[in-house]
Design a protein around this ligand. Structure first.
Ligand SMILES: Nc1ncnc2c1ncn2[C@@H]1O[C@H](COP(=O)(O)OP(=O)(O)OP(=O)(O)O)[C@@H](O)[C@H]1O
Ligand SMILES: [Mg+2]
Length: 276
């Protein structure tokens, strides 16, 4: 159970996240929506420890995480997609995934310095890493240095590394942004598969409302850093506050294609990234 209590951060005079109290239960995918600049990414940064809160608290299974940085929170079970800049760009895709799997098991599986166990552990780690790469359709890229990957593959690798950590809480911030038509479905399928695991808590920031409608068990809406709606998807989407938020950020350059878009989008950027 992940919980934020009155979580707040100020940047100078600007309150980017304003006293957000929310509980996220295992087995639930919560979509976090809201216009550009609403504070969604900042909220994730506060939960994952990348940013220090001005006030309020983050709790996991009743335990306060406030004293922990990002590494401590990762060990506690919070999974935020890696920034690939933090990885080893000259090591291969497989080596990076293997390191992530290994780091998540450090301390859990240590069996001492026996050559046999080191070798069999290594083999098992490799098998598990290949399995994860298969799930993100990147098996054939396993030997390439991470630095050489195109953007879509880098984003898929970020998700692979997140899975390698096997966290109890998954935080996805626009996971398919910038991905091509053949890559986005791979990530969405992975999230669908994760959803079947009742022990996982999933938080998804997503502008594409068709994705939100399909995947969300619950939607929360942030607006100017404040939680303004929270509930069952159909009701939240129909609520006045969401309709207003949508209207408040209508695309600047409305086109025939936007008008033909079957679902309202929460931001101009979502419309652009949906465009071919
Ligand atoms: N480190 C920072 N210093 C100052 N202001 C910041 C910082 N990080 C975020 N902000 C401000 O906080 C507000 C919320 O930004 P945030 O990136 O969280 O929005 P968002 O909901 O993720 O938007 P988007 O949908 O565009 O990704 C914005 O006004 C942003 O400029
Ligand atoms: Mg953001």
């Amino acid at each position: 159970m992940l919980e934020t209590r009155e979580l707040t951060v100020r940047f100078g005079g600007h309150v980017a996240v304003n006293a957000v109290s929310c509980v996220f239960a295992p087995g639930t995918l919560t979509a976090i929506v809201g216009p550009n600049g609403a504070g969604k990414t900042t909220y994730f940064n506060l939960v994952s420890g990348q940013l220090r809160a001005t006030s309020g608290d983050v709790l996991l299974n009743g335990r306060s995480l406030s004293g922990l940085g990002t590494a401590g929170r990762t060990r506690a079970g919070l999974g935020r997609a890696f920034q690939l800049t933090n990885l080893f760009p000259n090591l291969s895709v497989l080596e990076n995934v293997r390191l992530a799997v290994q780091s998540s098991r450090a301390g859990r599986h240590w069996r001492g310095f026996h050559l046999w166990s080191i070798w069999s552990d290594h083999r098992e780690l490799t098998q598990h890493s290949l399995q994860i790469l298969d799930q993100v359709s990147m098996l054939e890229k396993q030997a390439l240095p991470v630095a050489s990957l195109p953007h879509g593959d880098q984003r898929k690798l970020e998700v692979a590394l997140l899975m390698a950590l096997d966290p109890s809480v998954y935080m996805f911030d626009e996971p398919t942004a910038g991905m091509g038509a053949d890559e986005a479905p791979v990530i969405l399928n992975l999230i669908r598969a994760l959803k079947r695991d009742p022990s996982k808590t999933i938080l998804l920031v997503e502008h594409k409302m068709d994705v939100v409608r399909e995947l969300a068990d619950r939607i929360i809406v942030l607006h100017n850093g404040t939680l303004v709606a929270d509930g069952e998807p159909a009701a939240v989407i129909a609520s006045a506050v969401v309709q207003e938020a949508y209207l408040g950020v209508a695309p600047r350059t409305a086109s025939a294609q936007d008008a033909a878009h079957p679902h309202p989008s929460l931001s101009p950027r979502a419309v652009r990234s949906d465009a071919p």
